[in-house]
Write a new protein. Structure first.
Length: 281
């Protein structure tokens, strides 16, 4: 459980007001602020650092002003919601990639059920192009925000499919999960040469009307409907980009690890056709 000081510092980090009560308006505010301030990034996978799925991730997100993969930033957001008394539940997902589902526990997310009206909402800040606001479950009406058009369906009892722009993203299961359930998959992502997080070093963050992504020295900025791609000239320019766009301070640019594949980075996050952005293509 987070301390009161950690909760205060977390809210300051994301520029969010402390909710008066754990209601839908507060959840929308928190998810929006988290989405716009905490980047989806894989840098520590390449630096060989430990990846935490417990309270230690708060040090990285809050005090180091960093981001992480889904296991990190969704864990951090889950701990924040718990500390603010939201009725939040963790779930495991199977991601839809190349015409099939991955193994279980490939992605972690949350649902929040408000007892006042019985509505249930999907909260996910760690899937590349997640929705900016919570998505209501159990309704045929689409959720549309700056990050896409999101719909859900029930393919079987106890499971929900999530679509972005009519393309299947993942399937999550009603049965509650616990953080230790993801340790085996986390170990694979940290160590296996085929891990997309080891093959592609990236840092990506939505903006008010677009997205900015840095992959090595390749900077991609989507501003409204206009996209620009720039190859940065030298280490100083890369360090400056990390600071300017993401608020991350490095003395020198992080270096991709031994399993990095330069061909994997070119389309990562640049496509807007709704395909899964958890992994590069």
């Amino acid at each position: 459980m987070l301390t009161e000081q950690q909760v205060h510092d977390y809210l300051t980090r994301i520029g969010a007001a402390r909710p008066e009560r754990p209601d839908l308006a507060a959840l929308r505010h928190l998810q929006e602020r988290h989405s716009l301030t905490v980047p989806f990034e894989s840098i520590d996978y390449h630096l060989g650092r430990e990846i935490y799925m417990d309270e230690r991730i708060v040090d990285k997100v809050v005090y180091q002003r960093r981001g992480g993969g889904c296991y990190e930033i969704n864990t951090a957001f889950y701990l924040l919601l718990l500390a603010l008394d939201f009725p939040v539940t963790l779930h495991q997902c199977r991601v839809w990639i190349s015409g099939r589902f991955t193994a279980p526990h490939n992605h972690v997310l949350m649902t929040v059920r408000f007892p006042e009206d019985g509505t249930r909402w999907l909260a996910d800040v760690g899937f590349g192009k997640s929705s900016r606001y919570p998505v209501r479950l159990g309704t045929p009406e689409p959720h549309v925000d700056q990050h896409g058009r999101f719909t859900t369906g029930r393919p079987e009892d106890g499971a929900t499919d999530v679509y972005r722009n009519d393309v299947l993203q993942y399937r999550f299961y009603d049965e509650p999960a616990e953080l230790p359930d993801f340790r085996q998959n986390l170990w694979w992502y940290r160590t296996h040469p085929a891990s997309p997080f080891l093959q592609n070093m990236f840092c990506s963050l939505p903006t008010e009307d677009g997205r900015v992504t840095l992959q090595g020295d390749r900077l991609t900025v989507l501003d409204g409907g206009r996209q620009t791609v720039e190859i940065l000239a030298g280490d100083d320019a890369v360090v400056e980009a990390y600071q300017w766009f993401f608020g991350i301070s490095f003395d020198k640019p992080p270096v991709p690890g031994p399993y990095a594949d330069d061909s994997m980075r070119m389309s990562f996050f640049e496509s807007d056709d709704g395909r899964s952005d958890l992994v590069p293509r």
